[in-house]
Write a protein that binds this ligand. Structure first.
Ligand code: ADP
Ligand code: MG
Length: 687
């Protein structure tokens, strides 16, 4: 029997030479070698009779080997043999593989895995002598394919790992047995066996889940230790829940998911320990109302709040929509103007602050707010759409006497954020339910030759809306402001160009157009935004400036020019801008690209309305670093878990919560595997 700590020299089949080779690859224990998990599996489990062989199918045959021989053709050595079972015979052939003939010296049945070619021969098949039930290593089963270890033949590696898992015992403590195994997870021993030599595809998944759970628990426990340290350094103000029920005053009934999140957040605000929570909810799930309720609780105790937005437009937008939901709330939009005014002298600064904070106020503005936190002294600091910010900006809060509670709102299941959830003391609230009556946005991919038709159709819809006096708006999103920006992509749509084109196309219609982009004067931008909200604009041509958060209830159609230039998660954000009042809405993707992979990706987007799934697809296609523009430090560290598997992460979190609240000492037998998450390991921390 082997244990995780057995040295490889103890393993049957590992002689001094192989031991040395493993050692050169920094592999000395069972534990370490078991971490060399298969890259993939080859399904050689389909067993057939020779009579039923079909060309090109990967199958396994069983029979006797007849007349094996070795001969030369030029400089090449060729090996051949015949395999016979009760139903027939088939020819086998190898090149430059004289060892294979030696294997046929033993008598008895052989298993042969390979594909029949059109010359009735199986070229380079894998052969293995017949073994008792479960004993097969290279044939007749799901066979693990490993990345190569230098100087260790693939077959040898597979054989050694099979020897290990066949004789492996792992003792798990009673807690793990009680809480993990009884919850439908495999035990660790079986997980390691199944991940190397699975009985079925399903077992691979189940095994991986358990190992991922183990890994996540280790990570979260480590994060917990860090969190404890952090808490001991800072204190936040406590904000008890107000006596009157605030929920009743809202213009709509919160969804159950919203209620649960409000509950979680407002409860945490009553603690001295600073909150550091992520509020995750798909576009349009109603994060603003939840955040507003948290502000109300804080402000009812006389403290200020700050809401940090990615753009100035969004700051104004947020102020307006919050005002609609919370008419009595004192809300101030902080502009760069305010910054200039207050920055004159320290005394003046304080005066302004005093003035501003006579009544508890919610300050809304861009990250410029962060440089002025000592003025506002917020009890609660909210970040909207965190992925727009550099991580460093978050730490701006920490120079304060009192640590504000922190709430981060996001629509994207950002791997980085999950990283933070696990590594760095974030707690998580998820709005996993849409307000009632939302219809999925009908999404179409439109080829360039249909572009004119698409714009005519939009004109028709907007015109009809005028006639019916039912306000409808359209947004046209262009990746760039003017054509000069991206010379390399000549046909990429630029906002100024598209605006000119549509203006011409619509000149005989009653449709009112506007152009909005970040290089326009602030005042002009503001004017257009105002016109937009007053519904004096029917169609807005703009850059992705509106991507995050802009809430136009009448927006019915969104056109995305050069759609191939956006990630799926970004496209989903954009699509979330329409249909927000419950009307049937449309999203039109335009592309000049003829590439199959581009079209596939966009077609997939048309079918999928789940933000989480889209982010996963982005992740698979492009890798996390690519989506979010920065290298994801730490992502590679995960062996088994997947940052987008929220479900498993939630389970791991629940288990960890239990371990912590019950003061249980949890020592994973795989501790060595996860040594990098142990106490003294360096862990990259954001905050
Ligand atoms: P997001 O989560 O994308 O930030 P918002 O908070 O902007 O979403 O909410 C989207 C729209 O839905 C807003 O107009 C908001 O007033 C409305 N809304 C939010 N919660 C509800 C609800 N429970 N019932 C009906 N409408 C709601
Ligand atoms: Mg929002």
């Amino acid at each position: 029997m082997y244990s995780l700590s057995s040295t490889l020299s103890r393993i049957k089949g590992v002689g001094p030479a192989l031991e040395a080779t493993f050692a050169q690859n920094e592999l000395t224990t069972v534990n370490e070698l078991l971490l060399h998990i298969p890259l993939r599996y080859e399904d050689r489990s389909a067993r057939v009779n020779i009579a039923d062989l079909k060309v090109g199918e990967l199958v396994t045959l069983t029979g006797k080997i007849l007349s094996p021989r070795n001969f030369y053709k030029g400089r090449r050595s060729i090996q051949s043999a015949t395999l016979a079972d009760e139903t027939g015979k088939v020819k086998l052939m190898w090149f430059n593989n004289p060892h294979v003939i030696e294997r046929f010296r033993v008598t008895g049945n052989f298993l042969v895995s390979g594909k029949l070619n059109d010359k009735k021969t199986i070229i380079q098949p894998t052969v293995e002598s017949f073994k008792e039930e479960g004993g097969q290593i290279h044939t007749g089963r799901l066979v693990p394919i490993y990345s190569s270890i230098k100087d260790v033949p693939a077959g040898t590696l597979r054989k050694i790992l099979k020897e290990i898992v066949d004789h492996l015992t792992i003792h798990e403590d009673s807690f793990a047995n009680e809480h993990v195994v009884t919850n439908g997870f495999l035990n660790l021993e079986d997980s390691l066996k199944q991940i190397h030599f699975p009985e079925s595809e399903a077992q691979i998944t189940i095994a991986r889940e358990r190992l991922a759970l183990e890994e996540l628990v280790q990570l979260i426990l480590h994060s917990h230790r860090l969190k404890e340290q952090w808490k001991s350094l800072h204190q936040a103000t406590t904000f008890p829940k107000p006596k009157t029920e605030l929920l009743n005053k809202l213009p709509f009934e919160l969804t159950n998911a919203q209620k649960r999140c409000v509950q979680e957040i407002t409860h945490e605000l009553t603690h001295e320990e600073p909150m550091n929570r992520l509020l995750l909810g798909d576009v349009g799930s109603g994060k603003t109302a939840v955040a507003g309720l948290a502000c109300q609780q804080v402000m009812s105790h006389g403290a200020n709040c700050c809401l940090v937005t990615p753009t100035q437009i969004l700051a104004e937008q947020h102020a307006q929509s919050l005002h609609k939901i919370f008419p009595e709330m004192q809300i101030e939009v902080v502009t760069s103007q305010t910054t200039k005014q207050t920055a004159k002298s320290k005394k003046e600064k304080e005066d302004v602050a005093q003035n501003m904070t006579k009544r508890p106020t919610l300050f809304v503005g861009t990250h410029a707010i962060l440089t002025r936190l000592e003025l506002f002294k917020p009890g609660l600091l909210i970040y909207d759409e965190q992925h727009r910010f550099g991580v460093q900006q978050r730490s701006a809060a920490f120079g304060l006497e009192r640590q504000p509670h922190i709430l981060t709102l996001t629509a994207t299941p950002i791997p980085r954020t999950l990283l933070l959830t696990i590594f760095s003391h974030l707690s998580l609230s998820v709005i996993d339910e849409m307000p009632a009556g939302r219809k999925p946005v009908e999404t179409r991919l439109v080829e360039m030759d249909q572009r004119g038709k698409a714009y005519d159709w939009i004109a028709q819809i907007l015109h009809t809306a005028h006639l019916n006096k039912s306000p409808s708006q359209a947004l046209v999103i262009c990746p760039f402001i003017d054509p000069s920006e991206e010379k390399a992509f000549e046909d990429v749509a630029a906002a100024t160009q598209v605006f000119a084109e549509i203006t011409k196309r619509y000149q005989k219609t009653d449709i009112k157009l506007a152009l909005l982009h970040g290089r326009m004067k602030k005042k002009a931008q503001q004017e257009i935004t105002t016109q937009l909200f007053a519904q004096n604009v029917d169609l807005l041509v703009t850059t992705p400036i509106v991507e995050v958060g802009l809430d136009l209830p009448a927006a019915k159609i969104i056109v995305i020019e050069a759609a191939e230039r956006f990630g799926l998660a970004s496209l989903h954000q954009l699509r979330g801008r329409v249909g927000r009042a419950g009307q049937q809405a449309y999203c039109i993707l335009l592309t000049t690209s003829k590439a199959d992979n581009v079209k596939d990706r966009l077609a997939q987007f048309c079918e999928t309305h789940d933000g989480l799934k889209l982010a996963e697809q982005d992740l698979q296609r492009r890798g996390a670093g690519d989506i979010f523009g920065t290298q994801q430090h730490g992502l590679d560290q995960l062996l088994f878990a997947n940052w987008t598997n929220l479900d498993l992460i939630t389970k791991a979190k629940r288990l960890t919560d239990h371990i912590i609240s019950q003061n249980i000492t949890w020592k994973s037998p795989l501790e060595k595997i996860f040594a990098k998450y142990s106490e003294d390991a360096e862990i990259p921390l954001a905050n």
